[in-house]
Design a binder for this molecule. Structure first.
Ligand code: ADP
Length: 312
């Protein structure tokens, strides 16, 4: 393992198998390596069953790995689980919390569990930051789904963790609440907290994350800066709605996978070595006139499909 002080989380050679009924073994993580730099928002992206929760539960000390090493801000999890737990705040996916406690009481309890001294607690400040000041004395069972989620975020913050891990923060949440949660995650990160989130929404990773690991069947397929991953697929497709239908595609457009359907000519090219202007010049040379252009760039979904396709 490295001694890199810029890493919030480092895992090397993690393996975890679960033994199901009748002795069937399921490999949830296979030789899993990851380095999460301090201060970033890092997305663990993969379909259900990929192994994301297993990884974060190992970080939280809730699942025991079979092999491998984990460091949190340079501290070995096996050697000092207590210290590692203090460095991490986990926001679980399920909205389960004691219905008869108020947000204020729940945060005070949580702070007590983490050994935060009374005078060092920032309960009201945290409630304010997640927009629950007005609800601080209401029973948790009376809070809306969105408020409960914000309360879970608040609970994860009571011990001032350096790393906050959110498990599927917007699973089953409506569009408006999703936007609010995204705003909140961005805010946390701006304050210097390293954020790691799991998601199976590609758009969520695209919107929020600086770095992404794509995980499938317990293995990391790729880890890189988001933009590098997006650039992996550099194909760009442009649809031209022509003024007049053409029936023969000119020779000098043949290299651009031309396809014609009704009055639309679609052209695809590698944006690393061609740009739209080159195509427009060829159109002019061939005296092809068009009324409208629509362009399509690859997004994470294309990258994901492309990368998981080879492995299946
Ligand atoms: P994800 O969070 O990406 O959906 P999980 O880590 O929950 O993936 O699951 C990875 C694999 O491990 C799946 O095949 C899942 O069925 C299995 N698994 C997860 N938790 C348990 C458990 N407690 N007991 C048995 N199998 C489990």
């Amino acid at each position: 393992m490295s001694n890199d002080t810029n890493l919030a989380i480092e895992a090397k050679g993690l393996n975890k198998s679960y033994v199901h009924k009748y002795g069937k073994k399921v490999k949830a993580l296979i030789d899993f390596d990851i380095k999460i730099p301090k201060g970033v928002t890092y997305g663990l992206l993969g379909p259900n069953g990929a192994g994301k929760s297993t990884f974060i539960n190992i970080l939280g000390g809730l699942v025991i790995k079979n092999s491998g090493d984990v460091k949190v801000c340079g501290i070995n999890l096996d050697k000092n689980l207590k210290k590692c737990r203090k460095l991490i705040g986990i926001v679980p996916q399920e909205l389960n919390m004691d219905p008869f406690f108020t947000p204020l009481e729940l945060l005070e309890l949580q702070a007590g569990l983490y050994g935060v001294k009374k005078k060092e607690r920032k309960t009201l400040e945290i409630l304010k930051s997640v927009g629950l000041t007005e609800q601080k004395d209401s029973y948790a069972r009376n809070l809306s789904g969105g408020m409960k989620r914000r309360l879970l975020v608040a609970k994860a913050l009571v011990h001032d963790p350096e790393v906050v891990i959110l498990d599927e923060p917007t699973a089953g949440v409506d569009v408006e609440l999703r936007q609010k949660i995204w705003g909140h995650i961005k805010e946390l990160n701006k304050e210097g907290v390293t954020v790691c989130l799991t998601t199976h929404y590609l758009q969520e990773a695209e919107q929020l994350c600086d770095y992404i690991s794509i995980i499938n069947k317990g293995k990391i397929i790729i880890s890189d800066k988001k933009n590098n991953i997006l650039n992996l697929i550099s194909k760009k497709t442009v649809n031209f709605l022509l003024e007049e239908a053409i029936y023969n595609i000119p020779e000098n457009l043949q290299n651009f996978s031309p396809e014609i359907k009704d009055q639309t000519l679609s052209i695809s090219y590698d944006k690393n070595n061609t740009n739209l202007k080159d195509i427009l010049i060829l159109f002019e040379k061939n005296k092809i006139k068009f009324k409208e252009i629509n362009t399509f760039e690859s997004d994470l979904e294309d990258v994901f499909i492309e990368l998981t396709k080879e492995k299946n």
